[in-house]
Design a protein around this ligand. Structure first.
Ligand SMILES: [Zn+2]
Length: 307
């Protein structure tokens, strides 16, 4: 959160526990208080958390599924305690049993998670790249899961640009991006979007491979991000960078570079494209550096018009 403050962001995405381990130690009152104090001071009122990568709510292995249900329920409660707005989950993989079977298992698991908790934190299904046997790479999957859950009012969606692009939704131009957003609106509804992950994609359209790239350095390109940050219906949606971390060639953190590009795209001034070109030129990206599972994610100030 302190890193986010230094970058001038207005929200943050966190893991509320070690995302690689099943064991979830209890939250101590002191850390909860400190987290809430910082959030209040920074006016972070749409914070997002990401669930553990171990969770698979759609698996046919009963032990793993029960463990996943318990873990997600516990994460939802932690989010509630921390005042986190949305908990993002990937849903899971059907493991070869077919999408219809996977979706019905996912619905059953989510119902159990929601039944055993009373958190206000929204449980957000993230759009995926469709790697392996993972679900939710089609907007229709998300629609079907939301329709099958008993308490859909506690659910929402997180759209990841790199994932939907890899899943086959064309974002290479402003027009195709608007068309993809319209398609999402028709199938799921933009009103259900509670968060967005803004990542360029190292892998091409329809590759079904999830590799995040810096904004403007991937196969998506700048037009899509311009269309998204200027979209009036998306101004309320917290936007998070899950691009690779570390220091950019110009000496700044990569998050600061990506953020500045998004801010210039949002401003949309005549001088913006020249400024963006200069930023991209001074921050070349060498060999492809895969960025799976990057840690704390970011949002940028002017992009979330927080009420
Ligand atoms: Zn994501």
């Amino acid at each position: 959160m302190i890193e986010a403050e230094a970058l001038g962001l207005d929200t943050v995405q966190v893991f509320t526990r070690n995302q690689q381990q099943w064991r979830i130690p209890p939250l101590d009152a002191g850390s909860v208080q400190l987290f809430r104090q910082h959030a209040a001071r920074l006016h972070f009122n749409k914070m997002v958390a990401h669930d553990s990568y171990l969770i698979n709510l759609a698996t046919g292995e009963q032990t793993l599924r029960n463990k996943s249900i318990d873990a997600l329920a516990s994460e939802l409660e932690r989010c509630e305690a921390l005042g986190i707005f949305a908990l993002v989950t990937h849903g899971g993989s059907h493991g070869g049993d077919g999408e219809a079977v996977g979706i019905s298992r996912l619905i059953e698991s989510i119902n159990k998670v929601l039944d055993s908790t009373s958190a206000n934190t929204l449980l957000c299904l993230e759009t995926t790249a469709g790697q392996g046997a993972s679900l939710n790479y089609r907007f229709e999957h998300i629609r079907d899961v939301m329709a099958g859950v008993k308490n859909a009012g506690r659910m929402a969606v997180c759209m990841d640009t790199a994932h939907i692009f890899a899943a086959g939704y064309d974002l290479r131009t402003a027009e195709s991006t608007s068309a993809a957003l319209e398609q999402f609106d028709r199938v799921v509804g933009l009103g259900h979007l509670a968060a967005m992950h803004l990542n360029d994609s190292l892998k091409p359209l329809g590759s079904r491979v999830d590799r995040h790239a810096h904004i403007g350095h991937g196969c998506i390109g700048l037009e899509a991000f311009g269309a998204i940050v200027q979209h009036p219906q998306l101004s309320r949606v917290p936007k998070i960078l899950e691009t690779p971390k570390g220091e950019a060639p110009d000496g700044r953190p990569w998050d600061a570079v990506n953020l500045q590009i998004l801010q210039l795209l949002q401003a949309g001034r005549k001088t913006s494209s020249r400024a963006i070109k200069a930023i991209l030129a001074s921050n070349p990206v060498k060999a492809a550096k895969p960025a799976r599972g990057t840690k704390s994610k970011i949002n940028k100030r002017p992009l979330t018009a927080e009420a």
